[in-house]
Design a protein around this ligand. Structure first.
Ligand code: C5P
Length: 221
């Protein structure tokens, strides 16, 4: 049997940590769709596109081939054949991804790759429109959220651990701006699917959220 679990939610809600753990527990593949949008953004940054020029972004993205490989269970994103994982997790790339992912031609390029992965294997896929658009028939849909302050604090600690100097207010502002863009874009806006279970992780530990999702999955299958 092939099973699909969709986890959507805003930036910093803990989707990737949770999705990775759920996938490990169930021996499913974890698919990080944000990394695909980030790889596309990296390409657009390299090409110096004008971030306000939707048409140009739509044109230039046609030359970026994104594919996925798995090495020791880790997702590797290939951009025109090159492993770009090491360059994806910066604020610059994240912000560009949030801008360019609103462009229909960018989304179209990644939709078929994401659907194909879920058709071929049991996956836990996280993103913004997995439950609403990519996998409307997913076995379990989770909408994972947390307050913007909680999310900013988590991001702040993560950056501090890496030794990056940062400011909590700025991070929170960035997160709120990104939420606004993701929720208000015309194509595939971030929203909870009607049949998704809402999980607010503000006051829950990672283990508690993982257990809740596993419980939901087991009750349905
Ligand atoms: O989740 P992550 O922060 O890596 O995603 C980066 C950006 O890519 C998000 O802010 C969002 O705009 C976009 N994205 C999207 N659809 C997805 C995954 C990510 O639009 N399925």
């Amino acid at each position: 049997m092939i099973y699909n679990i969709a986890i959507d939610g805003p930036a910093g809600a803990g989707k990737s940590t949770i999705a990775r753990r759920v996938a490990k527990e169930l021996s499913f593949i974890y698919v990080d769709t944000g990394a695909m949008y980030r790889a596309m953004a990296l390409y657009l940054l390299h090409k110096n596109v004008d971030r306000t020029n939707t048409e140009q972004i739509g044109e230039v993205c046609q030359n970026a081939e994104i594919s996925i490989e798995y090495q020791n269970g880790e997702q590797i994103v290939l951009l025109n054949g090159e492993n770009v994982n090491a360059y994806l997790r910066t604020e610059e790339v994240g912000n560009m991804a949030s801008v360019s992912s609103a462009v229909p031609r960018v989304r179209k390029k990644l939709l078929s790759l994401q659907r194909k992965l879920a058709k071929d294997m049991s996956v836990v896929m996280d993103g913004r429109d997995i439950g609403t658009t990519i996998l409307p028939d997913a076995d379990v849909k989770i909408y994972l959220t947390a307050s913007s302050l909680t999310r900013a604090k988590r991001r702040y600690l993560e950056l501090q651990e890496k030794g990056t100097v940062c400011d909590l207010d700025n991070i929170q502002k960035d997160i709120e701006e990104r939420d606004q863009r993701d929720m208000n874009r015309e194509i595939s806006p971030l929203r909870q699917a009607e049949d998704a279970v809402l999980v607010d992780s503000s006051d829950l530990t990672i283990e508690q959220v993982v257990d809740r999702i596993l419980e939901i999955f087991r009750a349905r299958t």
